[in-house]
Design a protein around this ligand. Sequence first.
Ligand code: ADP
Length: 633
Amino acid sequence: MKCDPTLYRAAPPSLAVKPRLIRHLFLPPLIILLMLALGLLGFWTSEHYGIRSLGENGQRQLELHARAVESEISKYTYLPSLLELESSVSQLLAEPSPEHRQAVNNYLEGLNRRSRSRAIYVMDTTGRVLATSNWRDVDSYLGEDLSFRAYFQNAVRGQPGRFYGIGSTNGEPGYYLAHGLEEQGKIIGVAVVKVRLEALEERWQRARLEAFVSDENGIIILSSDPARRLKAVRPLSDDTKERLARSLQYYWFPLNELEPLARERLAEGVEKLTFPANAEVVSDDEAISYLSQTRPLSDTPWNFTLLTPLQDLRREAINQGILVAVAFALVAFLLIAWNERRKVIATRLAAREALQEANNQLERRITERTSDLRASNERLKSQIRERRLAEGTLRRAQDELVQAGKLAAIGQMSTSIAHELNQPLAALRTLSGNTVRFLERGQLDTASANLKTINELIDRMGRITASLRSFARRGDDKGQASLGKAVDAALQLLGARLENSGLQLHRAFTDEQVSIDQTRLEQILVNLIGNALDAMQAQAAPQLWLEGEAVDGKYRLHVRDNGHGIDAEARKHLFEPFFTTKPGEQGLGLGLTLSASLAAATGGSLGVEHPASGGTAFVLSLPLVSPLPVEPI
Ligand code: ADP
């Protein structure tokens, strides 16, 4: 089965290659770009949501720890005001005698021990310390003038004094809570409690919490990381720096700024801060980012800041980004693979469809051709039927023609036959008359001789009529004939003409048995020899050759004369019915036609040759009954 090759014709190479080349060139960088972009997006998204979740968590932590700081501070707020109730303190302030001082010193010492504060002391309105819990210590505050301290200044004015500072005597940091001691609406002194808040720092450190508290000046007063302590969270102006230095609030510590590498404000009180991991090495690689959440502490001007490291989050975000990029690469790879597979399947389907289409076309063509063939078969059958009919008609016409030819020949021969018969009849009449007279005279011998002659004449007349009858009889296609007998019969039929012609006959054939009806063979030979005689009428020495030879199972008899021959124009029409060159009623033009058709009907043929020596030779070829050679006659 062959398919239409046009169905599989490939696209022109230039058109097929170009988009593929473009795809191959641009697809990998595009995928890499998209991978990077999606990776970054994944990183940012993860970081963003991570920060948000950390922020929410941090907010809770912030609240918790800020409350802890507040409660730690508020624990002591009531303490200075308690001293207002103590009569010994009032007495000391009214009359600062050594007895009163000692009484208050002892009282404060006991109170300080119980309240676990750092120190409790009482000042007069000038800022001098009149009594203190640490009166026994060498670096006791006793007698010190602390009027420069802001907490004193506030308290003496009747405002609560809240102050974080570093002790001017021992450089120890502490939280100072001051309260103006009133008597009859008048401030007579100031009570101060110094609290150490380091416990908070230790608690943060234990909890691995990064947090700090910054005071109203923005100075970190408490920090889980000692390195950040006493650093300014915001830039300080030179004036402020000078003022703070003068106040000795932070002793002589340099108030450096806490300088993050990067600061990004995310919301109110929420910042992203990046610090160098190691204070000495300032490099991006070792930087640590924090989520900084700040909340003011109630009852103080301070702020509590919680630092949540973003390291893990960053690592997580990087992992997420890588995961997204890898997932995208995987999806892209799967899509490409799927697309390639889809293309392969589509190509296969197209090929299958093309094949199916080719098959369908082929089947359609086969069906068309089959119906064509069937139609032409039908046509052939009807033609065969028509041919058979025509053949039958032809055969009948041929028979009619043969019969007509015979009748024509009879007509032709009737003159010579009449002549043939008239002669013996006239002789018979004379002989019979003579015989009667010889019998009357008694000349019996002469009469008997005459009667013998009469018998011979009657025999001859009988032979003439017998051959005429056999010629006129219808023959059939089958049968067997003796060539020698047929030649003799034909010569006998033409006897009268032969006698007058002075013909010289040459016989050079064998008496073969040929497949043809005897009468028909005689009829053919009468025609051929008759025509030869006609052609040789003007010939002074007419000669007729009857020569035979066996070739390929057939016997070929050459009937050759030395007559006038046949001109070129007549040669073309020789075997056409009713073609004749003979004048008047002498020729019907049926002889050769009939002879040829009779020969053909038995599987033989009749042809003509024109010998160079002149004359004409007709070649009658007939199938041999027995192809074995027979002795020449
Ligand atoms: P007819 O004898 O009635 O003319 P034929 O068919 O027998 O019809 O012959 C056709 C013609 O062929 C003749 O008229 C004659 O011209 C030519 N012909 C036939 N035989 C010979 C021959 N042996 N020599 C020359 N001409 C011949």
